[in-house]
Write a new protein. Structure first.
Lengths: 332, 321, 307
């Protein structure tokens, strides 16, 4: 099946006074209609830059993009600003991490929510307001009429995020890019928001690209997972494969590093050490020889430091960028 | 045996309008009558979501903010009103690691000075050489290279800075370290390093930890006992296994069910709470949780449930028990 | 993609190397450190150089004058600029150029001294006010009161009861300017107080004085230094105003204000007596302000973010 969005060899490099920052360095992945793809990684891996690149929200000097982002028969890299503006909020939308600061503090909720209808569907203001009220109910906000007149600072974090989601899905986008949408929220509110997103996805049928560092959220929401490290993809598989049969030492390290709720059931786990990944994320400026994970990898071999591994298929629909991918035994 | 730290009926209100003289005005009731204790060498965690007051508890225990009322006892001695040398003696044994790895160190002081500061303050320094040796030992103990002494905090990563904070907390030989969301701002892989470090230190030197966090999975891994807070009150307090396997309070249950598990075959029964957390300025009448509780009934609206023992050492504040 | 076989380990691996892609953006050219500095901080460099020029003129005044600045030559008074008197002569026949060069000394000395004194007292008062809560409202009301009176008037009032001399001028202007510094410092202290490293220092048992001197003050230096340059600029202007009004620098010592005062009556017919000192005054004040702006941009933490 034709993927809805196909990112091929995406590179996003920044010219800074300390050198060239290779934030994204050759990333490829596909998103199919109605599917949720999670992009997982820690800070500095390039996942946020990836999401901003798809929507061309980066300032293009100092950033420079290369590669292809194929959507709806067009290459988004080649589009100019006017063409991108037609797509944003319309066919491809984004939800950001900090709900409280992502809404304009000087405009009412109603005004901000009506905007996509006016811009993309050409509705008059009164009609747009009516649709806005509908959207607020759709995202589970009680007393929508009243909320329309309120300002973002009067809403809680969870409600702001609901409003942001409402704005994003207003025009039934084909793709929703969600950059850490629940990281700044409490866990009970996070549960509500994830629930909401799943429900909306079922209803509207959009694909979701979910950027997160939280593997629990990945397990709940995603069907496919891309793991990023130092600007590159290191593993790409279905969510089941990632959790049950991870084939990259970094993915394994991440899985081992998270404590799992319910660990107290087994008495022996008290004070058992979490699997560490020693060291820290490498700088994106220094050109890397060999595998970028070599400095922290528990299974590193001499070759790993000299030769950067290519992405290979290690199982059906499961790619990994590791020289030892096929030799990795089952995870304990 | 006397507990190391004992908190009784701790209350902290932040007045909104007017100064300390106008009690009748509105106030943010951040902490509203909290009682718990921490024993030597154990880890007690305080969990809760934003606005529950857990950070305020930490600050009040450290007297960084003055409690409105209540008693604080360290090793049996009350220190809630202590001043000067008396309070200093307490501070020596009660240290803290803060959440923000970037803000918790003076950017203009070198590592050596930062870690040696408690040594100077408590008169634990000898000659310059001796002090440097002590700092070096501390650095090695927290897993940092000894040459870190001469560097500035901005030269280190977030995880390394938290190690520096831990070294600073260990310097005066503290008996209890308060970890105020100490790992929340770190990446997943680095979190694991710091959690392991804290765990190791507890095993090696027997330091007690008061671990304040919103991350239940980390807490479950690290703690001996847990207190769950909601809107300024403790709603449940139990041993690790009792709480995580057999939570009694509806809020605790909702909290536990809300945490997304990094596992795919598990289909959890989800308790989705409705609504948002009420304002701590006007907490709901009766049980503070009744506005969101799926099991609330008439009594919950009018009468506040007390924190009582429902099972040996397992306390819960709910009318259903 | 190239394939090789690695037999180093116990199991031979067939390796596939990832393609080596060069960066798509040219790395910024690495010019020498001075050029890079100049390019990044143009305001600072221009202001600094200008000020240095004027400073050099002031220092080397004894070698730069052409005609003795104190020599009276009533026969040659009110002459326009000529070969002997580059800027002309004033109503007592004194050479304007030489007096203007010496005037630079007065202005720079007053400017620097006032900046230093006002900053010193301002920091003292500001830190105490920011740190000692119960004193804060009292001190701030006094500061507000002082700030509601224009600084020139305060200086005039103080000089009215004292003998005119450079030292007194400095003291008077410094007293008029220090409230600004105090208020700024207090604001900085209040915001720094909320940082976690201050809480950490308290938790470590540090005394209030230690916290003030070792934690707060060093971190407050950036805005203080910038403010000090602005105070310097303001002081130079104030001194000129006071001298112009006749209550500042005694008339025996050349000061740009003095020179302008002496040329005031004639300025419509013989503008050069007022013109030259005022040009120098403008350039100097501009230089100091540029220096301050440049410092502020350089020290701005947002601009200094590194990846």
């Amino acid at each position: 099946m034709q993927p809805l969005l196909s990112v091929q060899n995406l590179r996003a490099h920044f010219a800074t006074r300390d050198g060239v920052v290779r934030a994204v360095d050759g990333l490829s992945f596909d998103v199919c209609a109605g599917q949720t793809l999670a992009i997982v990684g820690e800070s500095g891996c390039g996942k946020s830059v990836t999401s901003l690149s798809i929507l061309r929200l980066l300032d293009e000097p100092p950033a420079k993009l290369a590669g292809d982002i194929l959507f709806d028969g067009r290459n988004l890299i080649d589009l100019d600003e006017a063409a991108m503006r037609q797509l944003r909020g319309n066919q491809i939308s984004m939800v950001f991490q900090e709900p409280m600061t992502s809404l304009n503090p000087l405009l009412t909720v109603g005004r901000q929510l009506a905007e996509p209808f006016v811009l993309h569907q050409g509705l008059g203001y009164a009609q747009a307001r009516a649709r806005a009220v509908e959207m607020l109910s759709l995202v589970g906000i009680a007393l929508p009429e009243q909320r329309m007149r309120e300002y973002p600072h009067q809403l809680s974090g969870g409600m702001c995020q609901r409003v942001m989601i409402a704005i994003a899905i207003a025009c039934n986008p084909k793709i929703l890019v969600a950059d850490e949408p629940t990281t700044a929220l409490d866990v009970t509110i996070q549960a509500q928001i994830l629930d909401l997103m799943r429900g909306l996805q079922a209803r509207i049928g959009s694909a979701i690209i979910l950027i997160t560092h939280d593997l629990g959220v990945v397990a709940e929401m995603a069907q496919r997972v891309v793991v990023m490290y130092a600007g590159r993809k290191v593993e790409d598989a279905s969510v089941a494969e990632i959790f049950e049969n991870p084939r990259h030492p970094y993915t394994r390290g991440l899985l081992g590093a998270i404590p799992k709720l319910g660990s107290s059931a087994d008495e022996s786990t008290l004070h058992r050490r979490l699997t560490e990944i020693r060291g820290a994320v490498p700088s994106l400026i220094a050109p890397q020889e060999g595998c970028s994970f070599a400095g922290r990898c528990p299974m590193v071999r001499d070759v790993c430091r000299r030769v950067a591994p290519a992405l290979r298929e290690v199982a059906a629909g499961h790619d990994s960028a590791c020289h030892l991918a096929k030799e990795l035994g089952p995870m304990q | 045996m006397t507990p190391l730290l004992e908190v009784s009926d701790l209350v902290k209100y932040f007045p909104i309008i007017g100064g300390a003289f106008r009690r009748s005005r509105e106030a943010v009731r951040a902490v509203d009558g909290l009682s718990f204790h921490v024993d030597r060498g154990e880890t007690l965690s305080i969990v809760g979501e934003s606005g529950c007051g857990k950070s305020t508890v930490g600050k009040a225990i450290l007297r960084l903010t003055e409690p409105t009322s209540g008693d604080l006892r360290f090793d049996g001695k009350s220190y809630v009103a202590a001043r000067g040398a008396e309070m200093k003696a307490i501070r020596r044994r009660l240290q803290v690691v803060f959440q923000d790895p970037y803000g918790s160190m003076n950017p203009r002081m070198r590592v050596r000075e930062t870690i040696a500061e408690p040594l100077y303050n408590f008169g634990l320094t000898g000659s310059r050489l001796e002090t440097t040796e002590k700092v070096r030992d501390l650095l090695v103990r927290v897993g940092l290279p000894a040459d870190a002494l001469t560097r500035f905090p901005h030269e280190f990563s977030g995880g390394q800075r938290q190690r520096l904070s831990i070294a600073r907390a260990l310097a005066p030989g503290a008996d209890l370290i308060i970890c105020d969301e100490a790992v929340s701002a770190l990446d997943v892989s680095v979190k694991a390093q710091i959690v392991n470090l804290l765990s190791d230190l507890q095993q090696e030197i027997g330091v007690a930890l008061l671990f304040i966090s919103h991350d239940l999975a980390i807490v479950e891994h690290l703690t001996h006992r847990v207190a769950v807070m909601y809107l300024g009150k403790i709603v449940e307090l139990a041993d690790r296994r009792d709480l995580f396997r057999d939570a009694r309070h509806p809020y605790t249950r909702a909290l536990l069910s809300a945490v997304p598990a990094p596992r795919i075959k598990v289909r959890k029964e989800r308790v989705i709470l409705k609504g948002d957390v009420p304002s701590p300025v006007h907490p709901p009448s009766g049980c503070r949780f009744h506005t969101r509780c799926p099991l609330a009934f008439e009594r919950c609206r009018t009468e506040e449930p007390l924190l009582r023992s429902v099972d040996d050492k397992h306390l819960s504040a709910c009318h259903l028990d | 993609m190239t394939s090789t076989v690695d037999t180093a380990g116990d199991v031979p691996l067939v390796l596939q190397a990832a393609p080596d892609l060069p960066p798509i953006v040219a790395a910024p050219s690495r010019a020498g450190p001075l050029t890079t500095f100049a390019r990044r901080n143009p305001t600072l460099v221009v202001g600094g150089l200008l000020l240095m020029l004027i400073g050099l003129a002031a220092i080397f005044a004894p070698w730069l004058w052409t005609v003795d600045p104190h020599a009276l030559a009533p026969a040659r008074r009110i002459r326009p600029p000529s070969e002997t008197n580059w800027f002309g002569t004033d109503d007592l026949g004194r050479d304007v150029y030489s007096r203007v060069i010496y005037g630079a000394r007065t202005s720079l000395v007053v400017g620097a001294a006032v900046a230093a004194v006002a900053t010193f007292f301002g920091v003292l008062v500001g830190v105490v006010s920011g740190f000692v809560r119960w004193l804060d409202p009292i001190i701030m009301r006094i500061i507000d009161g002082l700030m509601s009176i224009p600084s020139v008037l305060i200086a005039i009032a103080l000089l009215g009861v004292a003998r005119g001399s450079i030292a007194n001028v400095i003291i008077a202007i410094a007293l008029a300017e220090f409230p600004r510094v105090a208020r700024l410092v207090r604001g900085v202290v209040l915001s720094l107080r909320e940082r976690s490293y201050i809480s950490a220092a308290i938790a470590c048992g540090s005394s209030a004085s230690r916290i003030m001197s070792r934690h707060i003050l060093p971190n407050a230096m950036d805005p203080i230094i910038i403010q000090a340059t602005y105070i310097g600029a303001s002081a130079i202007i104030t001194e000129a105003i006071l001298s112009f009004l006749g209550v500042g620098t005694p008339p025996t010592i050349p000061s740009w204000g003095n020179i302008m005062a002496e040329g005031r009556a004639l300025w419509q017919v013989k503008p050069y007596i007022v013109f030259f000192p005022s040009i120098f005054l403008c350039i100097t004040v501009l230089a100091v302000n540029l220096l301050g702006d440049g410092l502020r941009d350089m020290l701005d933490p947002r601009a200094a973010k590194r990846i």
